[in-house]
Design a binder for this molecule. Structure first.
Ligand code: ZN
Length: 269
């Protein structure tokens, strides 16, 4: 059995900072776990970094997270020079993300949805990092930096609830206006599509990680507007201050992993 689908716990709960997991595969491509809190690069959002803690307490630094070659496979990329000796398929590990960094992704990512609500044009590019986010809009009209910053600040101050749900592909087909991105189409074939809803503000398919309320975004500003091409306006977002404005402690609920098959010699645990 070479099932390497990773249970993507972050999809249902973006606030999980760690989880117990088991190594499914381990090769030059990276480490695949049966479940993870690590978000893989996708939808413009950077992949998570963090560490895998082994049963003996040793830690393997994870420098990036990527989607694997098969659908549902998530690769944890060890930092260069990481010592993987002793790690093998079937081992239990604790997967821990760099939460400070991820929370910045979540704040920026949610802010890009606010931007989508303020700029009613198709999106043809997106990049979300811990230090900035940028969104490219397919449009020719000029955009006003101060006006957009004020619009974001208003939506943050209004404290709109943010949540996700799943809709059927049929429902999505019936509402093509929901798909704002020209470059990235929502994943198909599962029969359902994840949509992100910011109450009263924005609704669109999205598989990324977000904060739970727009208030948690804190002070985000439009730092730059660029004319990337005749038909593209790039909006760059930054944090107003280095200190996270609304960093709330994550609620870490780590559900117990499914029990692994008992080893022949259970005393080894
Ligand atoms: Zn999103």
């Amino acid at each position: 059995m070479t099932d390497t689908i990773t249970d993507d716990l972050f999809r249902e709960d973006a606030r999980l900072t760690e989880c117990q997991a088991r190594v499914l595969t381990l090769d030059e491509r990276g480490i695949v776990l049966d479940r993870t809190v690590f978000y893989p690069l996708g939808g413009g959002q950077a992949g998570d970094v963090g560490l895998l803690r082994l049963a003996d307490g040793r830690e393997i630094a994870i420098a990036d997270t990527r989607k694997g070659g098969t659908p549902g496979e998530i690769l944890h990329l060890p930092a260069s020079g990481a010592d993987l000796s002793g790690l093998k398929v079937g081992d239990s590990v604790t997967a821990v993300i760099d939460w400070q960094r991820r929370h910045r992704h979540m704040r920026f990512h949610t802010a890009t949805h606010l931007l989508c609500a303020l700029v009613p044009h198709p999106v043809d590019g997106c990049s979300i990092t811990a230090d900035y986010a940028r969104l490219d809009f397919h449009m020719t009209e000029p955009l006003d930096k101060e006006l957009l910053s004020a619009g974001i600040a208003r939506l943050v101050a209004e404290a709109h609830a943010v949540g996700h749900r799943w809709i059927s592909e049929d429902e999505l087909d019936a509402r093509p206006e929901l798909v704002r991105s020209m470059s990235v189409q929502p994943p198909r074939g599962q029969g359902r599509v994840r949509v992100l809803e910011i109450d009263g503000v924005d609704l669109q398919p999205c598989g990324g990680t977000h904060v739970a309320n727009t208030a948690e975004i804190g002070a985000v500003l439009v730092t730059k507007i660029e004319k990337k091409s005749a038909k593209t306006r790039r909006v760059v977002l930054g944090f107003a201050s280095a200190a996270p404005a609304a960093l709330t402690a994550p609620v870490t609920v780590t559900p117990a992993p499914p029990a692994p098959p008992a080893p022949p010699d259970a005393s080894a645990a």
